[in-house]
Design a protein around this ligand. Structure first.
Ligand code: GDP
Ligand code: K
Ligand code: MG
Length: 277
């Protein structure tokens, strides 16, 4: 009688609530996340009572800049839902993939709902979703949530992902940053209390991004002194190399990766675009 949990995540207005309501019959339990005023919505999958559905706050990123981001990422890290369904607005693929890439870096058991497939089509955006799936190494299911299209496929694909240990695609941040990631990762991996919770590489990248929450946490945890000293030195060394903070370079590299993926799997027909506007 084991329950599985699917967590819905996505940029604001990508269609998360529409999908949640359709999957659960909108019989949601609404509360708040502990300690914050961010709304927490939970429901049960209509077609299979053994699946819990959690509606995470809408967010563009998984840094430490807002309560929404922190609630979403700490839920994924702390609760490790069986599957994370990232609802993507297909008519805004590049921006929406930024969140997906961060979820991949967290080693989440990810499935993409390529929602607003109708909007994308109307706008002349043709996404080769099976190529996108191959390039990212995760299932990509086109959906039109308002018409209930693709949701059965979405759930059947999500179920196939239960229990999988994801080997996510790693973004190559370039030799200089990769070298610092490796040094930090090696130190983190000596600490099972950290690796039980976090992906070591994700943690290393987040430190180089100057993640305030994690750095504060590390400073109040014993046994992390060596990691923090290494982090301090890495930040100084990288700033010398790039003449910019590591965070900026990492974000640029992430967008560069997305740019490359989108170039390969999206065709835009300008004619349709013009005739609409
Ligand atoms: P959320 O912010 O991610 O929870 O997004 P919502 O579920 O509230 O959806 C945002 C808006 O997009 C609403 O007006 C929905 O009716 C609409 N919407 C949701 N899914 C689709 C879709 O697949 N196609 C189109 N055209 N509109 C959609
Ligand atoms: K909304
Ligand atoms: Mg919503």
């Amino acid at each position: 009688n084991l329950k599985n949990t699917f967590a819905l995540i996505g940029n604001p207005n990508a269609g998360k609530t529409t999908i949640f309501n359709s999957l659960t019959g909108s019989k949601a339990h609404v509360g708040n996340w502990p300690g914050v005023t961010v709304e927490k919505k939970e429901g049960i999958l209509l077609e299979d009572k053994s699946v819990n559905i959690i509606d995470l706050p809408g967010t563009y990123s998984l840094g430490a800049y807002s309560e929404d981001e922190l609630v979403a990422r700490n839920y994924i890290i702390g609760e490790k839902p069986d599957v994370v369904i990232d609802v993507i607005d297909a008519s805004n693929l590049k921006r929406n993939l930024y969140l997906a890439v961060q979820l991949m870096e967290m080693d989440a058991n990810l499935v993409l709902a390529l929602n607003m497939a109708d909007e994308a089509k109307t706008n002349g955006i043709d996404i080769n979703h099976s190529l996108l799936s191959d390039l990212l190494g995760i299932p990509v299911i086109p959906t039109v949530a308002i018409k209930n299209k693709g949701l059965k496929e979405l759930i059947s694909n999500a179920k196939k992902e239960i229990g999988k240990r994801k080997k996510s695609i790693k973004i190559n941040y370039g030799a200089e940053i990769e070298q610092e990631i490796e040094k930090l990762t090696n130190l983190i991996e000596e600490n099972p209390e950290l690796t039980n919770i976090y992906s070591a590489r994700w943690l290393a990248v987040k430190l180089l991004e100057n993640d305030e929450e994690l750095i504060t946490k590390f400073k109040s945890t014993s046994g992390t002194e060596e990691i923090l000293a290494r982090y301090d030195q890495s930040i100084i060394d990288l700033e010398k190399i790039f003449g910019d903070d590591a965070e900026t370079v990492i974000i640029e590299k992430r967008y560069g990766f997305i740019e490359g993926v989108v170039k390969k799997c999206v065709k835009t027909s300008k004619n349709i675009e013009n005739s609409i506007s």
